[in-house]
Ligand binder design. Structure first.
Ligand code: ZN
Length: 283
């Protein structure tokens, strides 16, 4: 089995200080959490940006400020930018983080219901966004909320937007999307080509159980306050606390933890592109 990549989804679009008192919102807070999570064993970070009022934004300037702050304190970690749709429905706005040319960015290859909204990703929009990934040489992480999103992702490889092997993240347990069961995780993990990689993000109380399943199944684990505000005992979680929990579980069953360098190899990321985003976008 490959070493375990622990991905931290630090902030998301939805958590607030009321629902998740320890959620990092400003670039400096996000960077400080990255440092602590990296010390605890996380190698890749899924980043969302907030404006000065704490609301979701896809503003390239804010994303860049976050990346700069992170790289100051944790130069080696993998930074993945989100193209999620809560901040804007405008296609260009959602493509903005990808145009910065990060090492990796997320793309959801289909539509689904999420609490209070339709998370809309139409076929023309997905193809447009995939084109921006290709133009900028950005590795996609395919966000899978429903089984059809796997085949939609592979279809984009067939149309030459994406290269195999691809990386998938199964987001499980959102009300309105695929339930967070081990049976469903097994089904999804067997739906992708054998040379592809996957991680799982279980929502709420399913985060640690599904991450544990990934540890023993050979997948990778996403934890963090974007997906889950609480520890298994019900107390408010912190990002480093969630990383420590899954790293400890992995240690107990003998799965080793990947460093950022090892994670790049496992994900077929070119180490030479690690700081491209800042080289292309100086100050
Ligand atoms: Zn996200």
């Amino acid at each position: 089995m490959e070493k375990l990549i622990v991905v931290t989804a630090l902030t998301g679009n939805v958590p607030t200080r009321e629902t998740s008192p320890n959620v990092p919102l400003t670039p400096k807070e996000i960077a400080a959490d990255v440092r602590r999570c990296a010390d605890a064993g996380s190698s890749m970070f899924h980043v969302h940006a907030r404006d000065s009022e704490g609301k979701p934004t896809l503003d390239a300037g804010v994303y860049l400020e976050i990346v700069r702050e992170i790289k100051k304190v944790a130069a080696d970690v993998i930074v993945m930018l989100s193209t999620g749709g809560r901040a804007s429905k405008d296609p260009e706005a959602r493509a903005a983080p990808v145009r910065l040319a990060p090492e990796i960015a997320s793309i959801t290859t289909g539509s689904t219901n999420l609490p209070g909204i339709i998370y809309e990703n139409s076929p023309p929009f997905i193809e447009f966004l995939a084109g921006v990934f290709k133009e900028n040489g950005v590795k996609p992480e395919i966000e899978v909320f429903e089984a059809g999103m796997v085949s939609n992702g592979l279809f984009l490889a067939k149309k030459d937007y994406f290269e195999l092997p691809m990386h998938f993240n199964f987001v499980m347990g959102a009300p309105g999307a695929i339930p967070a069961t081990v049976k469903n995780l097994l089904f999804l993990s067997e739906s992708i080509p054998a040379n592809c990689t996957w991680s799982v993000a279980g929502l709420g109380p399913r985060e640690i159980p599904l991450a544990t399943a990934a540890v023993v199944m050979g997948g990778h684990a996403r934890v963090g306050l974007e997906d889950n505000a609480r520890m298994p005992d019900g107390s408010y979680a912190t990002n480093p606390g969630l990383v420590e929990r899954i790293v400890s579980i992995a240690g107990q069953v003998g799965r080793e933890i990947a460093t950022p360098e090892e994670a790049r190899r496992i994900l077929s990321l070119d180490p030479a592109l690690k700081d491209r985003i800042l080289e292309l976008n100086p100050n």
